[in-house]
Design a protein around this ligand. Sequence first.
Ligand SMILES: Cc1cc2nc3c(=O)[nH]c(=O)nc-3n(C[C@H](O)[C@H](O)[C@H](O)COP(=O)(O)OP(=O)(O)OC[C@H]3O[C@@H](n4cnc5c(N)ncnc54)[C@H](O)[C@@H]3O)c2cc1C
Ligand code: FES
Ligand code: FES
Length: 1288
Amino acid sequence: KQVGRVRLTGTKYACGRGGCGACTVMVSKRDPTSQEIRHFSVTTCLVPICSLYGAAVTTVEGVGSMKTRLHPVQERIAKSHGTQCGFCTPGMVMSMYTLLRNHPQPSEEQLLEALGGNLCRCTGYRPILASGKTFCLVSRGLRGHPQSKNDGDRRSKLFVKEEFQPLDPTQELIFPPELLRMTENPEKRTLTFHGERVTWISPGTFKDLLELKAKHPEAPLILGNTSLGPAMRSKGCLHPILLSPARISELNVVSKTNDGLTIGAGCSLAQVKDILAERVSELPEEKTQTYRALLKHLKSLASQQIRNMASLGGHIISRHSYSDLNPILAVGNATLNLTSEGTRRIPLSEHFLAGLASADLKPEEILESVYIPHSQKWEFVSAFRQAQCQQNALPDVNAGMRVLFKEGTDIIEDLSITYGGVGAATVSAHKSCQQLLGRQWDELMLDEACRRLLDEVSLPGWAPGGRVEFKRTLVVSFFFKFYLQVLQELKKLIKPFPVPVSALAFMGSWQHKLPPSSVDSHQPLQDPVGRPVMHLSGLKHATGEAEFCDDIPMVDKELCMALVTSTRAYAKIISIDLSEALEIPGVVDVITAKDIPGTNGTEDDKLLAVDEVLCVGQIIFAVVAETDVQAKRAIEKIKITYEELEPIIFTIKDAIKHNSFLCPEKKLEQGNIEEAFEKVDQIVEGEVHVGGQEHFYMETQRVLVIPKTEDKELDIYVSTQDPAHVQKTVSSTLNIPINRITCHVKRVGGGFGGKIGRPAVFGAIAAVGALKTGHPIRLVLDREDDMLITGGRHPLFGKYKVGFMNNGRIKALDIECFINGGCTLDDSELVTEFLILKLENAYKIRNLRFRGRACLTNLPSNTAFRGFGFPQGTLVTESCITAVAAKCGLPPEKVREKNMYRTVDKTIYKQAFNPESLIRCWNECLDASSFHNRRKQVEEFNKKNYWKKRGIAVIPMKFSVGFAATSYHQAAALVHIYTDGSVLVTHGGNELGQGIHTKMLQVASRELKIPMSHLHICETSTAMVPNTIATAASVGADINGKAVQNACQILLKRLEPIIKKNPEGTWEEWIEAAFEQRISLSATGYFRGYKAFMDWEKGEGDPFPYYVYGAACSEVEIDCLTGAHKKIRTDIVMDACCSLNPAIDIGQIEGAFIQGMGLYTTEELKYSPEGVLYSRGPDEYKIPTISDVPEEFNVSLLPSSQTPLTIYSSKGLGESGMFLGSSVFFAITDAVAAARKERDIAEDFTVKSPATPEWVRMACADRFTEMVYICPLPLEPPSHPTPWAIFK
Ligand SMILES: Cc1cc2nc3c(=O)[nH]c(=O)nc-3n(C[C@H](O)[C@H](O)[C@H](O)COP(=O)(O)OP(=O)(O)OC[C@H]3O[C@@H](n4cnc5c(N)ncnc54)[C@H](O)[C@@H]3O)c2cc1C
Ligand code: FES
Ligand code: FES
């Protein structure tokens, strides 16, 4: 926010918790001891400005710009197509830039580590890594493997590496000389900075620090602020005095002795990692057991940025129950060196970790350093952790384990085990360890140890956050892993045998196969259609110059708005007390439903609640203040009393029980299902649960409303996929005609369906504020509010009954789906319709019945999300296939093939359908992935490995594109040619990152036969192109492209006589002549699109203009003991017809695939029993990170038959890739099935998405899960119902 004030808007704000990396900048400091300058990346949202005293900060603007010179990092990320919406790009650039400042030729491992803390919701990361890899020391080509056949052909490459400017480290910014002088002559005085509510004191000497701590014992020491900061921000902790020891070199001292290592408490975790790595390289292996265990966790603890900021002392003293280092330090017998008036040493013991006063620091004491002893021969230390995903995720459970044997034997002399994540603090299994002393390291000991551990580390069934069985299973599974590891080591020591060469660290390998026909050799060079043209804003994204809604400079008299939301799921509002809030300085007004001059939404879906609330997070009113901080402070002071109403319904099952639905059932049926069930060999029935999904666009919802002085006009700058809807809603809310309101959308930082309906609500509320106060209003949701207020993808519960022959042929399929719509209708009826229409996927089953209903519950209303029901519903269909295959003893791909459409036929809604391209995609995918060979290899692997299993799955896809309503198949464009020959194109689509503007200019360039450099798009504006439809349903480029084409053709027709007269003339000459001859140089293009219809009574129609086909094959490996998985390889074949821009289309496929993979594997919404969303940020809600990208990821575009309905026979690929992410899900379930088969447990199981580590671990049932079920849990107190997730 500070950099925002100095108009350095490149640094973005997307979570405020250090969890997304959008705000990354580089900090440079000179080390007072070594005099070296250290460059490190930090997340600015957690950096207090006072901590930067003496430091140089480089933001993305300092790295390079379009106006001066682009830095190679910026150039390469853009030209490698590593930016889509561009909101994450400055953060990515800064992480990569900092890496290059320290390592101009980094290793691939360093690159992955540097980018591990930067989230991107659009690209799927592959192109970002590809750009980074161009700097790496050993670059293995774009694929990582031997050069592809296409590599020599420039036309078929997405970018040409050889054209990039080289990195020249001598050209980098120097450390400011005035700061150098400061470190040469360091300030010893205590510096004090006074804020409004907080005083920051930074002493210059250790003595002063101790005195200040004695004077202010309650004041915390502030180091990295990664623990204090989030607590102050979201938990409302206020510390009036903060003591900063940043200038105290005594806290950074490192000393090596013969028996151990002492590390200063002020050292950052990144420094600790380097120190430990150095020590490990210097000492014999037996002495570095603890150090290596710490190093293992330091690689996965948080992100590079957080490790750069967080200090060892802060980490230890914070004593988070999830702490990754404290369990290892505790078992490694670390001690804490404390200083106040004197010094003393205390062990980092179980009692210290539990916060017992007798074992803790005194208020005036400071942790000066930490002593970590060497390990010894016959001693083994290991660390374990399991999180929702591998990188940048807090652990569910972690552990440190140490055992010491009597020399030369396997008799336990000493044992210590400590767990994190299983209680309020790190806990030690001290009793169990004591009881195992003197025992041999064998199976008997293992069994007893597990029982004792389960008994001692007892998580109650009502433990906060739930997952109790999973966590208890991990408690014993980790110990079993430790047992096996130590056994290996003992074997080496007692009876030597060769050490297996550990597998080399492996990173990314990719291939793209473009259709050979994407650009034909006769196409003029100037014609950009079909070429991998870079995103128009790519370079601006990379330099931070691309302006998003909240980057618009503050306007005169602007005020900020914050929203007050319900804390109850279903209740009557009894009273509201605003008095204290209105007294807060800077607070201007409170906007309630009474202030709305027009309509307050609809009867069932109000903009601002009146009398009653229907879910937690429903907006009740809004506070307007001079600053956002004041507005938020006021919110804390508002008192609302409620009276709970009943029944409160959260889950689908409860909704069914209470007959609580939003709309009537949607049904499609064909054949005679009852009769067919009677004639089949077998029938299987099952259930499928698919959890919801948060859009997690990187740019949260935001709007700026500027009232004009005349005629009630309003200018609205808004991040939306549907500005016309915002305009209409504001008009009805304010009761002013639509023509007074202009909505502007320059670019949107990701939408995915989440910015179709909701922006209108925020726009309308802000507009009411603007009207009432007469001031411009800026409303920017922070991540927590965005996640709390806006709904996402509908969770789904599906029941199926499938009848089939023993050869796998399905004869009858009956599926009933329920989706959780939340508290208002929104798009739920449409989603239900789409779900039912698309449920058959690629299969022709003669007797079918599909039914669907949307449930009315007390949750925020769920809404559109990429794929619109297809990704959830089709998981049910594919699960049926897997279940049939299991019953028939056939591989699932055989059953898929057997039931797939084979010839020209009709779909369930009786639309004609030719499956030729579908079959081609399927066959190509089998071929490209060497599926059958790899299936055999997977089986071989599984035979040899009991605790690890591999799975492989190939999934076909038939995805219908477009809206099922005719009025949505239209678009308009406006093209102006100016007298200098430059052309301004405007159309009805919004730039969400999907590259629509780039594609539109490609179209205009081809039609007008002029280079793209003559063309420009400024923004989408309701004043330029009216009555637009939402940019959604994958058809944005299809329909707007046709409109742009139409406008250009009209213009060209007008120019024809002039061109004919002077065929050798230039464009500029023709335009000049046209102007002279009074020929209009402006034209509106219009496209009257597809006539979609669907008759639900008859169950027939032509709802969709065309289909996108695809197939994906994924292979994974699961760890049966922890539930973790790694993605070995994915091959995707998509039928893109004639791609307008293969780089953009591949980006869409990859981005959607990775988003789909998140839906099916890691993204889990967690709610409290009272319906409060727990997962309100990147720390709780895990979208895929860079390390989740499959190790090998190949995408091929299949050239296909022409599609006359779309522009140049291209296809809309925005959504379809999402479902292909399910190939990872089915590969996981394939691996789980293999584990279950080997363990002799039923192969079929209830399918649950996401397939989280918890689900995988518990599905791979074994002796350890059995122990957990046998060992009794404390009884559940009635006041604490079991925590749960919404899909149940
Ligand atoms: C996005 C994110 C992801 C994270 N992921 C993980 C993870 O995966 N695993 C994990 O274990 N942790 C994780 N953490 C937690 C992180 O490790 C801790 O927040 C961090 O180590 C705290 O260090 P700090 O220097 O920032 O502490 P600060 O916030 O500066 O201070 C924390 C506390 O320590 C006290 N303190 C600090 N130094 C001293 C001293 N020398 N003497 C006495 N008291 C002192 C302060 O008074 C204060 O109360 C994550 C944090 C974030 C923000
Ligand atoms: S905004 Fe700082 S890390 Fe997300
Ligand atoms: S491009 Fe990365 S979040 Fe959009």
